[in-house]
Design a protein around this ligand. Structure first.
Ligand code: GLN
Ligand code: ZN
Length: 763
């Protein structure tokens, strides 16, 4: 443990490849088009080039074992021997790993869920009564060896035992996974010893859960675990890395243990004063996360250097770092040729963040004059960003103030219901879908052809209108009551709007990993948001012109647009949400004027943006609800507002869902067996609801009897006049055959229940 302290590092880096090389290689391997050797050589090349670039940029400690074929939590499950027994059937290690991530013909995969409040998804480990922790350090040792052979100052990164168990799921009647912490800590102890033998000077153990309120006794568990690991004599120096929030009582708790270094996120919350208040830190290396690892804004170097300088007295030594892994941001700004110079000067992607870390470390060591040039450029960016007219649209701001003054409520729900029923004349238990229909290969080809210039905008429009006509015809034939246009023109439910709104920049190559081989390009919301022109009206009115049944307008809500974008950090999220809401409101008003009677505003991300600290939750839910109401209150009582939410465990957001006050809320319930309806009732919700009766996450076609039974169950909680019948999410990922068969059964189930259970509505 005579490790040299380091001065400049990052907590992790992207791994999909600057041109998504890993995505392509993995997908080819899955498809059987290439063999193992080719996949492994692509992976090894990506690792080598990543380390080389980080070392060349000047980092003196470099994270390794941050590469992954799929997910780092799954890697950890493999490392500690915690894959469920059902995967034991797959003899080959790599194929077993992919089976756990994605399932195969016989074995169901592990679940997947959001990594804290990011858009990255991890694989949820299962801890059952038969789980035995048994160390398999081959991956981490392999990467360590590779990096050392390359002369890299390598610091292996592993997910810590507290976080690993806190994010795991108990199965088969096992107790809480965290009950196994002591046992798992023993396996980590063995790992540390092996790492030391193999020459690792440092190890980084990630414990982001300590910066959240996900578990109540985080500080206590951290102290116990790291006191015990710290006590080991043959081990590398330990950096416990925390991120995504401020460490409260876990900071002094960790400081009391013998670990050598603590990583703190100084971007979220007021970490600076928290650090100064902990006397035990005077014998630690503080790895100061002053460069935001998960958003794309350029660091204000002068301010960051000041933070670092004030911290210097409170700790033994200081290293400069990103606040978290840069896994969450794109590789480099160099891949964006079409960005204007001003916007470019305000941003830092993954590689640019490394440069910032290195500059700050130099400034800290040699004084700010040593990085005078960098500071001048950074200050110029700060000034340019502050004074750019695109960040201050007076008319948007004035409209929001005046709407705030006049209030954004709608008429009472009962009056709305009566006005809508008179206008729409829907049967009891109306049937509908959530918006998208299968994205066929014809649709993808048309989009690609438009991009490459093979077809012009007029031809693209003609093809999309043809797709819409097909979807309308299908829905009429199936006998659905409220139709949709099918969303063929949308590449993505956020990017589609971002491309049309002022204040957003849609990147060309800003890919980040969402899960496994799936990558997304979150748009950058940099300025005041406004809507120059209607965004959806032409498509929806075209669809409506083809049918006498009502067609639902389809929009994405303000919270979801923020959740799936990189959002400006120079004003509170609540203010940005209001601006997005105003643009959506303008669209609802135009749809209404064009004769559209039903408008859906999707908010699938309402739950995922919920803050990780309890104290911040109430304020978030308040602005999220306010933004939705601002977006949806511009229309008359006779226009019906729907919303769609995508998850079945509402818990803390159930009250907010009721407060959204949408006329109709469709919600995932197919897998949670309608429990959600009781929860909504308990929250005082009395508007209409469409609990999903068809689980679109599975290729299975649900039988009529099954969906009829679900509807009968729903009728125990909700009266017929408030109940809608729909799938639990959009259909874009499903195949047309499955969708047609399932919707046919869904309509039949609704008719059966209407005829037998609902009096006076035989049809
Ligand atoms: N309207 C969208 C669709 O049907 C909703 C998607 C979602 O909930 N994520 O695809
Ligand atoms: Zn959904």
């Amino acid at each position: 443990m005579t490790a040299q302290p380091f001065t400049a590092t990052i907590l992790g880096s992207p791994r999909i490849g600057p041109n998504r090389e890993l995505k392509r290689a993995v997908e080819k391997y899955w498809a059987g088009a290439t063999g193992r050797d080719e996949l492994e050589s692509v992976a090894a090349k990506l690792r080598r080039e990543t380390w080389e670039a980080l070392a060349a940029a000047g980092l003196d400690s470099i994270p390794v074992n941050t590469f992954s074929y799929y997910d780092q939590v799954l890697d950890t499950a493999v490392m500690v021997g915690a894959l469920p027994a059902r995967f034991g059937k797959v003899a080959d290690g790599l194929d077993r790993y992919f089976a756990a991530a994605r399932g195969n013909d016989e074995i169901a995969p592990l679940e997947m869920t959001k990594w804290f409040d990011t858009n990255y998804h991890y694989i949820v480990p299962e801890i059952g009564p038969d789980t035995r922790f048994e160390l398999d350090p081959s991956k981490v040792l392999g990467e360590l060896e590779e990096a050392r052979a390359q002369g890299i100052p390598a610091r292996p990164v592993i997910i810590g035992p507290v976080t690993f168990l806190a994010l795991s799921k108990a199965v088969d009647g096992a107790g809480a996974p965290l009950d196994r912490l002591a046992e798992l800590t023993v396996a980590y102890g063995e790992l540390l010893q092996i790492l030391a033998e193999r020459g690792a000077e440092w190890v980084q153990i990630d414990e982001p859960v300590l910066a959240t309120d996900i578990i109540g006794n985080a500080a206590e568990l951290a102290e116990r675990t790291y006191a015990s690991l710290g006590r080991l004599t043959d081990r590398p120096a330990i950096l416990v890395a925390t991120y995504f929030g401020e460490l409260t009582d876990a900071l002094p708790a960790l400081a009391r243990t013998p670990v050598e270094a603590i990583g703190v996120d100084l971007v979220s919350g007021d970490g600076r004063s928290a650090v100064s208040a902990v006397p035990e830190l005077t014998d630690k290396l503080l790895v100061a996360g002053v460069v935001d690892g998960r958003n794309v804004w350029r660091t204000d170097l002068e301010a960051a250097l000041e933070t670092l300088t004030t911290l210097q007295g409170s700790v033994r030594r200081l290293a400069v770092s990103t606040s978290c892994s840069t896994l969450h941001v794109p590789y480099t700004l160099d891949a964006e040729p079409d960005m204007d110079a001003a916007l470019r000067s305000w941003l830092a992607f993954g590689f640019e963040k490394v440069t910032e870390v290195v500059a700050l470390a130099r400034g800290l060591k040699n004084g700010s004059q040593a990085i005078a040039g960098e500071i001048v450029a950074s200050n110029a960016a700060v000034v340019s960003r502050r004074s750019d007219p695109r960040l201050n649209n007076e008319s948007v701001r004035a409209r929001i103030s005046s709407l705030a003054a006049s209030g954004t409520g709608r008429g009472p729900a009962g009056r709305r219901r009566a006005a809508q029923q008179a206008r729409l004349e829907l049967p009891a238990l109306p049937t509908t879908t959530i918006g998208s229909y299968p994205q066929t290969s014809a649709i993808r080809v048309a989009r690609a052809d438009l991009r490459t210039g093979k077809i012009d905008a007029a031809e693209y429009e003609r093809r999309m209108k043809g797709e819409i006509a097909d979807v309308i015809r299908l829905q009429e034939e199936l006998g659905l009551d409220v139709l949709v246009h099918g969303e063929p023109e949308r590449n993505d439910m956020v990017q589609y709007f971002a491309e049309q709104l002022e204040g957003f920049f849609a990147t060309q190559n800003g890919w980040v990993q969402s899960y496994g081989s799936r990558c997304v390009r979150p748009p950058i919301l940099y300025g005041d948001v406004s809507r120059p022109e209607p965004m959806t009206v032409a498509w929806i009115t075209h669809a409506q012109s083809l049918t006498d049944k009502p067609v639902k307008g389809m929009l994405t809500g303000p919270v979801t647009i923020l959740a799936w974008s990189f959002v400006r950090d120079d004003q509170p999220l609540a203010e940005t949400a209001e601006q997005v809401a105003l643009a959506i409101r303008d669209e609802t008003v135009d749809l209404e004027s064009a004769g559209i009677a039903i408008i859906q505003v999707d908010e699938p991300a309402l739950r995922e943006l919920l803050p990780l600290r309890s104290k911040d939750k109430e304020a978030y839910l308040r602005w999220a609800v306010d933004a939705f109401r601002l977006a949806t209150s511009g229309v008359a009582d006779s226009t019906q507002i729907h919303t769609h939410l995508c998850y079945s465990e509402f818990g803390e957001v159930i009250g907010a869902i009721a407060d959204l006050d949408a006329d109709v809320t469709s919600i995932e319930a197919a897998r949670s067996h309608m429990e959600v309806l009781g929860d909504l009732n308990a929250a005082g919700f009395t508007n209409s609801v469409g609990p999903g009766v068809y689980d679109i996450h599975s290729p299975r076609v649900p039988a009529v009897s099954e969906m009829a039974a679900a509807l009968r169950e729903a009728l125990n909680a909700v009266p017929a006049e408030r109940l809608w019948v729909n799938p639990d999410c959009g259909l874009k990922t499903r195949r047309t055959e499955e969708v047609v068969a399932s919707l046919r059964n869904l309509v039949a189930a609704a008719k059966e229940v209407r005829a037998k259970e609902v009096q006076g509505t035989a049809d």
